[in-house]
Write a protein that binds this ligand. Structure first.
Ligand code: MTE
Ligand code: LUZ
Ligand code: MOS
Length: 758
């Protein structure tokens, strides 16, 4: 089954907010962001802008009828800045105009007087000044000091990862339409309709029931719309509530890149103790998260960093410490992996350093310490159905990796101006929201009298293929064709209190809920059929290919007839399913529990060639063995693996957010921010979907959305490996490793560099 939207997408026919002509009388909104990174607002003068022809109204914090507060976890974020601005681009005022161009023009005519204050861009500097968000967290396993005492080698070091722009194709946007009762019908490009509903209700001072949020699909979210679709929806709603006219707000790409938060940059300090054979006995790490100017989801993201700090390895003695640091960058937010990748990068960096100190291959240490069945993770959960070693071995055997490694060594002996490098990258990613209460999903299923089916869930289609997965699951549960099933928009009046479509758990939660609702309807149908045909046991009814069987024998009744019978018997053909992931909990006081329903495992092999003259590089080949459970739809899953991988590769290599010292983002356009394209991906790429058991997933499937991103981390160490083949040196463990940085690593520093002699 192809991706449900593929034909529409390819033909450019899929609809997004703002694609259809806006409703009559619609006003266009434009946002004035702070021109500086930190300062005290002295004056906001709007008269001149307001007098422009076509401008209807200018809104500031004073126009907010409810609370000027949108922080999702900690109330530390204003919708519109009142007295202080804390990052460049922070929204201050809104223009409502009869057309888009006038709205944009008027923004420039608003006069601001802001007294500048010092800007902090570095998390460690913020930490030293006491600028932290929430409380630092610490996970402990075993006895760290004892582990270090028993170690034969101890290494320490520092590493750094950069931020990442989400670069969803569809920028942030919302259309707010006033309803007759004073409420708002809101079309928002959000991963979290209930977060939008909740926050708009707070900002407008209206009950949640008066805010209806409807989402058809997103042109990508990648975490960037888990929480940060909310402010724009609030702004459009504020405009609609005040003017009683529909309001459309669509961010320009430049505005989106300047104003929204990104993946959190991190710095980390680590210490690792090992035996001479490479067994890791102790690991200590402190993560400094660059949270930006307000909390947003940072505390939850910090938590996932803690959970994933030992990646796919068992380490008996561990101390993980993590601090969220407040800086003058936009509030950084969810991004595929949600803090996990940053935690995993640090241990991979430590292993690289350890290997270089011990004179071993990195993969020897990786392999020796891979998780096994029943191993204890630092947060108190033991591995169950652990496939860390299995995916590693399957990778080596299936793809003859040893041959590639030979090839790399031989190539490096023969070539001076080019060096090859490789890296293995195992992953272990926990599936479930770490905030246990979010692990719930709901579905509303209707069967119409013609036998066609309508399904609403809390899940959002953002390109990841949720719609296709739900259709597949429903079609096989009902025993009817995929063409009979329709997935509706996600709407807060049909499904309430929705958890964000995030944490890779959308199909798990909403798929299970859909299956529960379907079971309830099928029960009614089966009982009616048995009653009508005077058969004793409804459980013996099955439906396959739209025909009804009893005990395996055709009853002569088809799906649609069974549906009609049920209707005439006045039994319900609709049901609401509610699913909550079983057996998960976490005790934050002890920092122990069983937070994840299961883990996803996999191993990647990445090989690169570095041009030693220019610092440029190519990815030669990638091999991946990925643990998928029983795939609902391999085409979708493969797309997720390749897409996630590409994003991970980009994060580690090309994608660099450059700020100046005043907090201005310099790389705020696609001319200056380079994301990987199809040419950057290796021509030679193979993925093996390893079928494994997962009793917890719908139809035995496993979540796939985020984990593959972390395979991309391997490319950093593959490039480093090639650099080491040129010259052994303690290269900085700083990502992204852009071609410029590679060049500077090769020739840039004052230390004695090997001279290139031809
Ligand atoms: N794939 C596409 N095409 N577009 C997206 O926005 N988001 C990613 C991933 N894959 C995303 C995507 C992120 S961050 C998550 S959490 C999951 O999809 C969310 O969907 P799922 O829970 O259905 O996997
Ligand atoms: N969002 C969230 C997430 O609120 N909690 C999580 O654990 C999570 N994990 C991944 C992505 N988004
Ligand atoms: Mo994904 S970062 O959980 O939206």
């Amino acid at each position: 089954m192809a991706h449900q939207d593929s034909y529409l997408h390819l033909r450019g026919e899929s609809k997004y907010i703002g694609d259809n002509p806006p409703p009559q009388n619609t006003l266009f909104m434009s946002v004035l962001g702070s021109p500086i990174g930190h300062g005290k607002i002295r004056k906001i003068e709007t008269q001149k802008a307001e007098s422009l022809e076509g401008v209807v109204k200018i809104l500031t914090h004073k126009d907010i009828p409810g609370e000027n507060q949108i922080g999702p976890l900690i109330p530390d974020e204003e919708l519109l800045a009142s007295t202080m601005v804390e990052y460049m681009g922070q929204p201050i005022a809104l223009v409502l105009a009869e057309d888009k161009i006038t709205a944009r023009k008027a923004v420039k005519e608003i006069n601001l007087e802001i007294e500048p204050l010092p800007v902090i861009m570095d998390p460690v500097e913020a930490y030293k000044k006491g600028e932290i968000i929430g409380s630092p967290r610490t996970f402990v396993l075993g006895d760290l000091e004892k582990g270090f005492k028993e170690s034969q080698v101890i290494i320490e070091g520092e590493c750094e990862t950069g931020g990442q722009e989400h670069l969803y194709l569809e920028t942030q946007r919302a259309l707010a339409v006033p309803k007759e009762d004073g409420g708002i019908l809101l079309y928002s490009s959000t991963q979290s309709p209930s977060a939008v509903q909740r926050t708009v209700s707070k900002v407008l001072g209206l009950p949640q029931r008066m805010i209806e949020v409807d989402v058809k699909r997103l042109g990508g979210g990648f975490g960037g719309k888990e929480d940060q679709a909310t402010p724009w929806a609030c702004m459009a709603s504020l405009g609609a509530w005040i003017t009683k006219r529909p309001v459309l707000l669509v961010l320009h790409r430049l505005e989106d890149m300047l104003m929204t938060g990104k993946r959190h940059p991190y710095k980390a300090k680590f210490r690792m103790g090992l035996t001479k054979e490479g067994k890791i006995l102790a690991y200590e790490v402190t993560h400094f998260q660059n949270a930006g100017a307000s909390a947003d989801l940072s505390p939850a993201i910090l938590e996932r960093t803690l959970f994933h700090s030992t990646n796919a390895y068992f380490i008996p003695n561990v101390r993980i410490h993590a601090i969220s640091c407040k800086t003058n960058q936009p509030p950084h937010t969810a991004f595929r992996g949600f803090g996990g990748p940053q935690g995993m990068f640090a241990i991979e960096a430590a292993i690289a350093k350890a290997a270089e100190t011990l004179g071993m291959h990195r993969e020897e240490i990786q392999k020796r310490n891979l998780l096994k069945e029943g191993d204890m993770l630092p947060y108190g959960q033991r591995t169950e159905k652990c496939h860390a070693q299995k995916t590693w071995e399957a990778l080596c055997n299936k793809y003859n990796i040893q041959d590639f490694i030979e090839e790399v060594h031989q190539f490096n002996q023969r070539h001076l101006l080019q060096k090859k490098g490789y890296a293995f990258m195992p992953i272990c990613f926990g599936i479930s929201f770490t905030a246990t209460f979010l692990n719930q999903g709901r579905a509303l299923v209707h069967v119409y009298t013609d036998g066609s089916v309508s399904i609403s869930t809390g899940g959002i289609e953002m390109g990841q293929g949720l719609t296709s997965n739900l259709i597949r699951l429903a079609s096989s549960a009902l025993g009817i064709g995929e063409d009979k099933i329709q997935i509706e928009t996600t709407n807060t009046t049909r499904i309430a209190n929705i958890s964000p479509s995030a944490a890779s758990a959308t199909t798990d939660l909403n798929g299970h809920a859909t299956l529960l609702a379907i079971q309830e309807i099928l029960q009614n149908i089966k009982e009616v059929v048995c009653h009508k045909l005077t058969l004793p046991d409804p459980q013996k009814i099955t439906i396959e290919k739209e025909r009804v069987y009893y005990n395996g024998a055709d009853t002569g009744i088809c799906w649609q007839e069974a549906v009609m019978m049920t209707y005439f018997e006045r039994k319900s053909l609709s049901a609401h399913g509610h699913y909550a992931t079983p057996h998960i909990y976490f005790d934050k006081n002890r920092e122990k529990g069983r937070p994840f329903a299961y883990h996803v495992y996999g191993t990647a092999f990445i090989q690169v060639t570095v041009d030693i003259l220019r610092g440029t590089y190519d990815i030669d080949r990638i091999r991946i063995v990925h643990d998928l459970g029983r795939s609902i739809n391999p085409v979708i899953d493969l797309g997720q693996i390749e897409g996630g991988l590409a994003q991970g590769l980009g994060w580690m290599t090309l994608e660099e957010l450059a700020y100046n010292s005043n907090g201005k983002l310099l790389s705020h356009a696609l001319a200056t921010y380079k994301a990987p394209d199809i040419h950057f991906m290796p021509d030679d790429m193979k993925v093996l979907l390893l079928e494994t058991e997962n009793p917890v997933g719908p139809r035995g499937s496993k979540a796939v959305g985020e984990p593959p991103l972390m395979y991309g981390i391997g490319v950093f160490f593959a490039i480093r490996h090639a650099l080491l083949a040129w010259q052994k040196e303690d290269y900085p463990l700083v990502a992204p490793l852009t071609p410029e940085k590679v060049f500077m690593n090769l020739y840039g520093s004052k230390s004695q560099k090997k001279e290139l002699v031809l």
